[in-house]
Design a protein around this ligand. Structure first.
Ligand code: SF4
Length: 445
């Protein structure tokens, strides 16, 4: 069937994995809609599916295969399944085709997907043998691949991808093999996108990347410079950083964050372990003491009430009880807030998958539960330090009638009840009365 662009084509877009994938999924949704497609988050009734995949763990890969099956069932034998992202990057094309993939796009080259999909969609519904295209065979895209976001409309927070790739090669991580070397989005492109989002009603921007701290190293710029430039955007009220490797937080960046009138006092610094031996086996590039120093410097610049959230990886090869205790005690010492705990699972293709002395699964899971319990306790303690304080909340979608919710600058969730109508994206001043499960409860002022 010949159609103008993708006019009327029902496309299911589904994203697995990290924040960068979500940004890319958002770009794809916008690009397909701009060509006339009707994009849905649900597979029912779809004629084509676009899947943004992840391969960070063996489990994530298993989910991707399941997702391809689900997409094939949803669009039927005559529909189109397009797959991009990290799993697609590593997939064998024969295997992917057998699974039901028609269009295979790697981790770079996603900006080519809408054109390729449009060309194939002209032949929908497929008759007889389905066509197959592997965009990974095209010459690679060098440098930054521009994938602008749709306007966020009234959404409070926009995630703006400014960096991709990593060359750090932590021993447990497959990402450098799948996303390639670090590349940065030019400052002027980020600035243009942030201005456009703010004009569209967005008030809060979160800069994201795979290894955000390397921003600018390939373009003669820096994250500090980017922060300075974006801090001057009229109408932008809140600026945040996504996950930042602890060793990236140098004085120049801290100065820029401190000087910014819109930077919010929250940093996500993945610790992974508090034991020097394990950190070295992980090839993280810092010691426990250095991590503690970074946290101290961050608080000296950004305030004692800075929220430092983190990721912890437990059950790494060689982790004994003493090493795990070092992690717990460092979590305490640096007063972490929200903590995400990941039980180690070997990712084929990484150095850690070959390492000896892996703790037994029950030991690993017990440590994960203990780290999680400590994380909850620390978050509660941190949140309690806000009781009786007056704070601005940027309102989000209400959770139930009469109750509103949003986040304070320190990235703790807050809820409050009021008889007044509050629209999403309004700044509301509250006084915190109590805390429950790391969430603040307050009254409007
Ligand atoms: S810094 Fe380490 S964990 Fe982060 S993407 Fe690079 S290799 Fe993976």
């Amino acid at each position: 069937m010949d159609r103008a662009g993708l006019k009327g084509l029902k496309v299911w877009v589904h994203v697995l994995g990290c924040r960068s994938n979500l940004c890319e999924g958002d770009f794809l949704t916008g690009a397909l809609e701009a060509r006339g497609a009707s994009v849905s988050r649900e597979p029912e009734g779809a004629e084509a599916a676009v899947l943004v995949t992840c391969a960070v763990t063996a489990e994530a890969e298993r989910k991707c295969r399941q997702l391809v099956h689900r997409a094939r069932r949803a669009v039927g034998d005559r529909g189109l399944v397009a797959v991009c992202g990290c799993w697609a990057q590593a997939a064998d094309s024969g295997d992917a085709r057998k699974l039901g993939v028609d269009l295979l796009v790697g981790s770079r080259g996603k900006s080519r997907l809408p054109d390729a999909l449009e060309a194939m969609a002209n032949r929908l519904p497929f008759d007889g043998e389905r066509p197959f295209q592997d965009l990974r065979t095209l010459p690679p895209i060098e440098g930054w691949e521009e994938m602008p976001l749709r306007d966020t409309g009234l959404h409070t927070r926009a995630f703006v991808k400014v960096q991709d790739g990593c060359a750090h090669f932590c021993t447990y991580c497959i990402i450098p093999f799948l996303r390639g070397r670090p590349v940065s989005r030019p400052v002027e492109n980020v600035l243009a996108e942030v201005r456009r989002l703010v004009e569209g009603g967005c008030r809060e921007v979160v800069l994201t990347g795979i290894h955000l701290g390397t921003y600018g190293r390939d373009t003669d710029s820096s994250l500090a410079e980017l922060i300075r430039v974006l801090s001057g955007v009229e109408g932008l009220e809140r600026l945040r950083l996504g996950s930042l490797e602890p060793f990236s937080l140098d004085e120049a960046l801290l100065d820029a964050l401190e000087e910014s009138p819109v930077f919010c006092p929250h940093l996500h610094l993945p610790l992974q372990s508090g034991d020097d031996g394990i950190l070295s086996l992980m090839r993280r590039g810092y010691t426990a003491e250095e991590f503690a120093r970074v946290c101290g410097a961050a608080r000296a610049h950004l305030g004692d009430d800075l929220h430092i959230s983190s990721d912890i990886l437990v059950g790494f090869p060689g982790e004994d009880e003493a090493a795990f205790q070092n992690t717990l005690s460092l979590m305490h010492r640096v007063c972490l807030g929200r903590v995400h705990v990941f039980p180690f699972s070997p990712r084929p293709g990484t150095a850690a998958a070959q390492m000896p002395d892996r703790p037994a699964p029950e030991v690993r899971d017990d440590r994960a539960a203990r780290a999680l319990a400590l994380g909850r306790e620390l978050l509660e303690k941190y949140a309690e330090s806000f009781i009786d304080r007056e704070l601005d909340v940027l309102s989000e979608e209400p959770e139930q009638e009469g109750w509103y919710r949003g986040h304070i600058p320190h990235f703790l969730e807050a809820r409050w009840d009021t008889e007044e109508n509050v629209e999403p994206n309004e700044t509301v001043r509250i006084r915190v009365r109590s805390v429950s499960g790391g969430r603040l409860e307050g009254v409007t002022l």
